[in-house]
Write a protein that binds this ligand. Structure first.
Ligand SMILES: [Zn+2]
Length: 381
């Protein structure tokens, strides 16, 4: 159900090394991928975010869609060798300190991984906010400053309809956007759409905030953030990609959310394999909150994620993140529908209003006629 080329893209992207502020490998892949696509042009803002623009003809869409995903994943950056065989590395991202104990890690030196094991960590904050700041790692070879470090997990692989990787958050979102770009370009779709790839989300939406300040995304866009989000009891993987009405901090722009839902309903009508969910994913906060705070009309879609931030709650140890392949395939379909629909976004609840008006008209007479049955005689006028 997922095109072979899209499976390849997904596996490629999920195997790329990345961490907050060192997203260069992912960005190089995105640039390279899009250079081969017709009708796609790249722009960069001063924060290093990439904005890809697809333009299929000269027709300008009044309110085009801009999809957005972040290119980092919680990880390490090498600081310096503090003794022979001992590296100090900075940690960036949200993983609970207990998971670092004796964990195996790997650092990218040139094009090779150098493996190591966490010996000790330094933390800051207290209680629930206690966070790892640096880790001392036993390594087999010297690791130069600036090298990317990740958990020592294998490259992405598919097993039982799921894809397991060092990081799905948010590389699966990145891959889905690339699959959408490829589809638009291959079909010569007559549309206009934007694709923003942001940096340093895991330390607090730093890339997205810079993009907002610089107005990297045209203000007329409907911004749809794509994330992977820890699966919840009632938001399970395999039940379809999720229309995210909000997160831990805010609820998103209501008309934008409804619009994505109407598009999904239309896809579902013509494609029996399509499924989606609509949920409040309040496990964490996502970039949509930032876009809304900066005045964009934004909402979010996400994939239910297993082993969020590599924390396997069952074993208490580091594990591969995973998402469902059918969910991913349906997310790509949703993106393509959003970016090619003939029913452009208007910023209002047009369909909902029409439906409400219809109900009102249908029952107006009955409502008036039965009024005497419920209003006491003394109050009638
Ligand atoms: Zn994350």
């Amino acid at each position: 159900m997922l095109r072979a080329a899209h499976t390849r893209t997904l596996l490629d992207v999920l195997s790329l090394p990345t961490a907050p502020f060192v997203e260069g490998r992912v960005h190089a892949y995105i640039e390279d991928f899009c250079r081969k696509l017709r009708r796609v042009t790249a722009a960069h803002d001063r924060a290093g975010n990439i904005l890809m623009r697809y333009r299929g003809d000269s027709r300008r869409i009044r309110r085009p869609v801009c999809l957005s995903a972040h290119t980092d994943h919680p990880g390490f950056v090498a600081e310096r060798m503090i003794a022979p065989g001992r590296l100090r590395a900075t940690w960036r991202g949200g993983v609970r300190p207990v998971y670092f104990r004796g964990a195996r890690v790997r650092f990218l030196v040139g094009n090779e991984w150098v493996r190591g094991r966490v010996r000790s960590v330094r933390t800051g904050g207290r209680g629930a906010t206690r966070r790892v700041e640096t880790a001392d790692v036993d390594v087999r070879r010297p690791v130069p400053a600036g090298a990317i470090g990740m958990w020592d997990l294998p490259d992405a692989r598919i097993r039982n309809g799921r894809v397991y990787a060092r990081g799905c958050d948010d590389l699966a979102g990145v891959a889905a956007m690339l699959c959408c770009l490829e589809t638009l370009s291959r079909r010569k779709a007559r549309t206009e759409a934007y694709f923003l790839f942001t940096r340093a989300e895991e330390v607090g939406f730093v890339g997205a905030m810079a993009a907002c300040r610089q107005r990297t995304v045209p203000e007329r866009c409907l911004v749809v953030t794509v994330e992977t989000s820890s699966q919840l009891r009632d938001a399970r993987m395999g039940d379809g990609p999720i229309l995210r009405v909000g997160d831990k901090a805010t609820t998103y722009f209501s008309a934008a959310t409804s619009y994505c839902q109407a598009i999904a309903d239309a896809v579902g009508k013509r494609d029996r394999t399509f499924a989606y969910q609509r949920k409040l994913m309040d496990g964490g906060t996502c970039e949509s909150t930032v876009y809304c705070q900066f005045g964009y009309e934004a909402t979010g879609l996400c994939l239910a994620l297993g082993n969020y931030h590599n924390m396997n709650l069952r074993t208490g140890r580091i594990g591969a993140e995973y998402v469902d392949l059918a969910d991913f395939a349906n997310l790509v379909k949703w993106f393509v529908a959003l970016t090619t629909t003939r029913d452009p976004y208007t910023g209002t609840h047009t369909a909902l209003r029409t439906r409400l008006r219809k109900i009102e008209r249908e029952h107006a007479t009955l409502l008036r006629k039965t009024r005497n049955a419920v209003v006491p005689a003394a109050d009638r006028s």
